[in-house]
Design a protein around this ligand. Structure first.
Ligand SMILES: [Zn+2]
Length: 326
């Protein structure tokens, strides 16, 4: 796949990293293997694409790709012969060894039309072990005119040998004031921004997603099912089935946030700011911290199960039964 790519700018919280990359590039010190990482919902791929675009554009405007030249147009159309998007293909959830081998073979052929060849591995944690080992070989024998850019929201899951071959740029989560002013500039109302920010827990693109649609309403409904299951007022199996139709990774993210809240609140003996978590804290006082953390870890595993073929209804069911039992 690889639809058109728009890549002229990135997000304000990425400015520092961008400046660093551009300074290194200007000094001809840009490393050929680059790992860009940050939290989920922080737009890390946008930064990576901006860099890809900048590297293949021969006529940049300031630090940015021009967006108008032949190279830029080809990239935007998704068909630049020197740019390789290594990402899960169609129905697959992983990046496979054949994709890496194919790329390695192609870069060994003659020069292309841009000054550099650029590969983007996204998300890098989607590489299976064989693919990661194959990429490692390429990283060990770098071709001078090739850049390999990995983007990841879970860099800890990469092979340590891959991480050590790359220069890692960790983009810190934006402080909420910066996200707020970014959302202000996009034209959202202050009151709505407040609610979205609270629910998004500092993940800027998630806050924006909340503002754009009805996800906060969906989140509230998931919260109700979660609370009712714990109180014995709902059948966990029915609740699990109703969640399958939703954005499953987000449901897992919410469950993990709520369980994290409950654990923190017990440890600090303080109320929670999230109303769902506060309801749990009040109705289930003395909920064991250890169990909260276990359920949080289970939810994170569920979140990762988007890369597997495990049945989501069964995973939700298992989680809710455990939650209801305690
Ligand atoms: Zn250009």
């Amino acid at each position: 796949m690889t639809a058109g790519v728009q890549a002229i700018s990135s997000y304000p919280w990425q400015d520092t990293a961008w400046q660093q990359l551009m300074t290194q590039h200007a000094n001809q010190h840009l490393p050929h293997a680059i790992l860009l990482s940050s939290q989920s919902h922080s737009g890390i791929e946008t930064l990576a694409i901006r860099l890809v675009a900048r590297l293949i554009c021969p006529e940049p405007v300031g630090d940015n790709a021009c967006g108008l030249c032949r190279n830029c147009k080809l990239l935007q159309a998704g068909g630049h012969p020197d740019v390789f998007f290594l990402e899960p293909e169609e129905d697959s959830k992983v990046i496979k060894i054949d994709q890496i081998r194919n790329f390695a073979h192609k870069i060994s052929l003659t020069a292309g039309i841009a000054k550099y060849k650029v590969a983007m591995v996204r998300p890098a944690e989607a590489m299976n072990l064989a693919a990661a080992n194959a990429l490692l070989k390429t990283l060990e024998e770098p071709a001078g005119d090739t850049y390999i850019i990995l983007s990841s929201t879970e860099p800890a899951r990469l092979l340590a040998t891959i991480r050590s071959r790359c220069q890692q740029y960790t983009i810190q989560p934006a402080v909420s004031a910066a996200i707020k002013s970014w959302l202000d500039e996009l034209g959202y109302e202050a009151k709505q921004i407040g609610a979205a920010l609270l629910a998004a827990r500092g993940l800027p693109l998630l806050a924006e997603e909340y503002l754009q649609g009805d996800l906060l309403e969906v989140r509230r409904n998931v919260g109700i099912g979660y609370l009712k299951s714990a109180r014995g007022q709902a059948d966990p199996v029915a609740v699990a089935n109703s969640w399958v139709a939703l954005n499953q990774p987000l449901v897992w993210l919410w469950l993990s946030q709520w369980m994290g809240d409950v654990a923190r609140a017990s440890l600090a003996n303080e109320p929670c700011t999230d109303p769902v978590s506060e309801a749990v804290r009040k109705t289930r006082p003395g909920f064991p911290v250890k169990t909260s953390l276990q359920l949080q870890a289970m939810a994170m595993q569920g979140w990762r199960s988007k890369e597997s073929s495990l049945r989501q209804d069964l995973l939700f069911e298992q989680w809710l039964l455990q939650w209801a039992q305690v």
